[in-house]
Design a protein around this ligand. Structure first.
Ligand SMILES: [Mg+2]
Length: 263
């Protein structure tokens, strides 16, 4: 028993909370194991749309974390859910031109969409390491022809061992510059990402906690979704940064190791 005794479901960010550069953060493995052992409903969230849940589970396993694949929620899955919902009542399957990797194409396929470069309803942009001028040109022309522009996440850079690399938000900005159309962006900080995650585990906002390392994404989106918010200091935010923001998380803790006794 403790301050989190009323929390029935947990959502947690991945990078900076559970892992840091492919290394499990101390306490993360114990927290995940505890949730699994006590049949707690939880999801690990990531804006990264490259990997399928199965690939991601394998990568986390290599980092020392055993997260079942059904406990992973990516911006690719959230985007597929969003499009499925948008297409409800449509008599024909939705058509999408996709720039992205298996994480996104698999999610859209499983949501019943047709992936095509002919007359798509949507251009869906996700994370990829192989952006080509030809593909981006195609996307721009399809959007100018009326396809709706969707992006999995707003992040402009992502981490790599050699330094930052351009990410979905940066490519979206390029396409916006060429088309004068803004994408609808599904991933964090859009609370849509949390709402679709909560639907998946049948969670309710008043009894759900969100753990994150970023005030400007995890915590603000958690507050807007009506969740209990827990900021950890193992990622991007330092304790002295908190005062710069006009909102406060429900709790601030050094790391997820501090949560184990209260969840
Ligand atoms: Mg993070």
């Amino acid at each position: 028993m403790g301050e989190n005794e009323n929390i029935e479901c947990w959502l947690t960010d991945m990078d900076g909370v559970l892992v840091h550069e492919n290394q499990a953060i101390p306490g993360a493995a114990e927290l995940i194991n505890r949730w699994v052992d006590t049949s707690k409903r939880f999801l690990v969230l990531t804006n990264n749309s490259i990997y399928t849940p199965r690939d991601l589970a394998a990568r986390l396993h290599a980092s020392g974390l055993d997260v079942p694949e059904e406990n992973l929620w990516t911006s690719a899955l959230a985007t597929a859910e969003f499009l499925k919902d948008q297409l409800k009542g449509s008599s024909t399957p939705g058509r999408a031109f996709v720039i992205g990797e298996a994480g996104l194409t698999t999610a859209l396929h499983e949501a019943g969409m047709i992936l095509t470069d002919t007359n798509p309803d949507y251009v869906v942009l996700g994370e990829t390491r192989t952006y080509s001028f030809g593909t981006i040109t195609k996307a721009i022309r399809l959007i100018l022809d009326g396809a709706r522009f969707i992006a999995t996440n707003p992040d402009v850079t992502g981490p790599s061992a050699e330094g930052p690399i351009p990410a979905t938000g940066a490519i979206a900005a390029l396409i916006t510059a060429a088309t004068d159309r803004e994408p609808y962006i599904v991933g964090k900080p859009n609370p849509m990402m949390f709402r679709s995650a909560m639907n998946k585990i049948d969670a309710h906002s008043e009894t759900t906690g969100m753990i994150g390392d970023r005030m400007d994404t995890d915590i603000i989106a958690g507050i807007e979704a009506g969740l209990t918010t827990v900021l950890v200091l193992t990622g991007i935010t330092q304790r002295e940064d908190i005062a710069r923001y006009s909102f406060r998380p429900t709790q601030v803790i050094d790391s997820v190791a501090d949560l184990i006794k209260t969840v």
